[in-house]
Design a protein around this ligand. Structure first.
Ligand SMILES: C=CC1=C(C)c2cc3[nH]c(cc4nc(cc5[nH]c(cc1n2)c(C)c5CCC(=O)O)C(CCC(=O)O)=C4C)c(C)c3C=C
Ligand SMILES: [Fe+2]
Ligand SMILES: [Fe+2]
Length: 343
């Protein structure tokens, strides 16, 4: 069977125009795994309220980080995908969960090139129903409905994979060189707290307050918070970071529900007020820089920290198209080519 790879990331609007941002947010926020409320309520909330105000605000934010080639997230994902393709003997396609360059067009490209067996690679290190799971469900739906003869495997999450931790640690170390940090904040994309309970396959292990995350459980195969904490622990261990010089937080809240805590913006202010002088912020939930890292963390975050009294601030870039990261992905794919893996 001829094999091929489909890399999938989140996607961006086609441009920074408010109408394009609205179209993108419409698709994104109408996803039942992102805004997980009954369909009629989601319809009223998103189409009736959020889409009247959010697109203008988001378009302004996108304008601050947009590149002449397009959205950083998409451009970086293309560069990564091209580099991976150059090092493999099998076809590689790129798809996005929302916006243009869809998962469907990615699968179609592979099929056109004769592929009969696809390895789906969600470009998320951690499992969340609003990221990894929605990519897998969408791809499987297209697979089932349009390409039922194509076999599809899924690359598992890699939050604690030795090779991923190695490249993340090396990237952090390289960017910290010459920066005399007092503290490193590991800021992960947040999710609503209730998603932790919804994704608990044991229906009993996970607790809202996080007291569960250090107790071994098969629930952790789909526990976003546990997986984020494990990534931090593994990087801290690799780099021998001193206890007390690093911590976790969760960013990018939307709407009024409680999200995973502590909140990044509150932490940035707290650090500034408490006398942390030099702060580094790393964003391991993202493999490619995007609106949430370039605007929220690198720009807004610096402002929040410094206005509260902080002095030096450094956002650590994501892995992006780093050659060592490309090699890691190529090795993982080659392992699959030899022996299929599945979650
Ligand atoms: C890292 C994985 C991500 C998870 C988990 C996630 C959950 C999640 N996101 C929203 C709402 C928004 N996210 C937005 C941007 C955005 N989100 C991720 C990744 C995850 N989201 C990325 C990579 C990006 C950047 C996209 C880009 O084009 O650069 C946005 C859009 C921008 C904005 O208006 O702020 C929204 C909205 C929810 C509600 C959610 C979980 C329920
Ligand atoms: Fe998001
Ligand atoms: Fe947990």
């Amino acid at each position: 069977m001829k094999k091929g790879i489909l890399l999938v990331n989140l996607g961006s609007p086609d441009s920074t125009k408010v109408k394009d941002v609205r179209k993108y947010l419409d698709e994104f926020l109408m996803d039942e795994r992102v805004i997980d409320i009954p369909r009629w309520k989601r319809y009223l909330l998103i189409k009736g309220i959020i889409l009247n105000t959010r697109p203008k605000k988001s378009a302004k934010a996108y304008k601050k980080i947009w590149w002449k080639e397009g959205s950083p997230l998409v451009v970086i994902s293309e560069r990564f995908s091209n580099k991976v393709a150059d090092k493999l003997d099998i076809p590689v396609a790129l798809g996005m969960r929302y916006g243009s360059m869809s998962i469907e067009s990615g699968i179609a490209q592979l099929v056109k090139r004769g592929v009969e067996e696809i390895l789906l690679v969600p470009l998320y290190p951690h499992y969340a129903m609003s990221s990894f799971e929605t990519v897998v469900e969408k791809a499987k739906e297209i697979n089932r409905k349009k390409y039922p003869t194509i076999k599809m495997d899924v690359m598992p999450v890699f939050y604690n994979n030795t090779d991923y931790i190695k490249v993340m640690s090396a990237n952090l170390k390289r960017h910290l060189s010459g920066f005399d940090y007092d503290h490193i904040l590991f800021s992960y994309h947040g999710i609503p707290e209730r998603h932790i309970l919804k994704s608990d396959t044991t229906n009993s292990h996970c607790k809202i307050d996080g007291s569960c995350c250090d107790t071994h459980s098969k629930a952790h195969r789909t526990c976003y918070r546990h997986q984020c904490f494990e990534t931090t622990k593994a990087i801290a261990k690799t780099l021998q970071l001193k206890e007390g010089t690093y911590s976790n937080s969760f960013q990018s809240r939307l709407l009024k529900d409680p999200w995973l805590k502590p909140y990044t913006d509150f932490e940035l202010e707290k650090f500034g007020k408490e006398g942390v002088k030099n702060l580094a912020v790393i964003t391991p939930a993202f493999v490619a820089d995007c609106l949430e890292t370039l605007e929220e963390i690198a720009m807004e975050g610096e402002h929040q920290f410094k206005s509260a009294g902080g002095q030096e601030y450094k956002h650590i870039p994501c892995l992006n198209d780093n050659d060592d990261w490309v090699d890691v992905m190529v090795n993982w794919v080659n392992e699959w080519v030899g022996e299929p893996v599945n979650i």
